[in-house]
Design a protein around this ligand. Sequence first.
Ligand code: LLP
Length: 442
Amino acid sequence: MDADVVAGPPGPPWSRTAARDDRGVVTVGGVAVDALAGAHGTPLLVVDGDDLRARCRAFVAAFGPDAVVYASKAWCTTAVLQVVAEEGLLVDVASGGELATALAAGVDPARLVLHGNAKSAAELDRALEVGVGRIVVDAMEELELLDGLARARGVRAPVLLRITPGIDAHTHAYVRTGHDDAKFGFTLSLGLADAALARALDLDGLELRGVHAHVGSQVVDPDAFVANAEVLVDLLARWRAEHDLELDDLDLGGGMGVAYAAGDPEPDVAALGAAVRAAVADRAAAHGLPLPRVLVEPGRAIVGPSALTLYRTVAVKDLPGLSRWVAVDGGMGDNIRPALYGAAHAVTLAGRAPVGPAGPVMLVGKHCESGDVLATGAPLPGDVAAGDLVAVATTGAYTESMASNYNRLPRPAAVLVEDGTVRPILRRETEEDLLRRDVPLP
Ligand code: LLP
């Protein structure tokens, strides 16, 4: 094989065990993807279990035990939550459905963190019923609602206040959250965080445990996390001075970026952990504040690079002087990220060695709209043809969790591959599943 014409794997952004066998076929965990596609069909999410576990361990090593909370919105499926919980991570859930999945995965409710800017009474009450360890309150109405629910149950709700810290992390506008004019949290600069604290201290049903702030997602600059930590430690120090109040938890949210394309820098988790912990320790010492317990909530950086999506090509159209269009058997229904955020996922021919050099193609899906593009300028060889397997990298985070049934396409299956063992973790949706909610008119 000519290395110049084969765009990965191995190497980032592909997962740790992704390689090619001597036929040129991509392998994950020692299993060739043509065998996976044959046994499980396509589109198929293939999770590299070694990679997933290594990512969990790197975060625990960098931030400490009981400091890492997996943001399950990235990919909330029972088996993924089982793996991360087994690796010692806590789990962040942001809806009743994510909470139900975490409970189904056997996660200890005390190790759950409940998020959401518009939680329902039912979601909050369920959290109290099962004993969720931390509830991150996002609005004044929620303080009142939670207080009432907790008092009705005769318990005190463990609360973190979500602070909007006024930090503008440089990332896509849709995933930016820490700047002042945002839908999340109590805006610090406008005095809303202070108002929330004053109210929370008045409510007997609440037990205030700490503060939380999340600056955004796919953030590659460590300074944004350090700045967030400093703002929150300063806040804890001021609140201690003003209210004689000691709060333990300093939850810095998630958002740690990952590599999507070959050559993207892989953010260094160990260095990030060291920088954040040092900043917290220095700032706390400067204020004479006891060292707070730092929590972080990575989602993408835990599961994103661990999976690829395998598609089968269906049609190739060469438009002379224009583009080459390669259509596959999935698309924006199973990966909305390119269409929604302009995300650029790496692509490779996966089921065989290519013949000839790779040229840029438009990799598109099967949905009935022109915006259904999976990759622009994907490096596929001149001989790519119907029936080939194509892999798209870094699809563990925010693909399956954001999948839709647009055009009534069933959502893909997923397998977890570890040391040559393949375990189905999500069965392919069927047309029967799709019709299950329909209520025909008489
Ligand atoms: N904690 C909170 C409070 C969050 O809102 C989020 C993400 C996370 C943690 C995890 O962030 P992560 O480490 O995964 O970046 N769908 C978008 C990403 C939306 C992120 C929303 N909140 C995407 O596909 O890029």
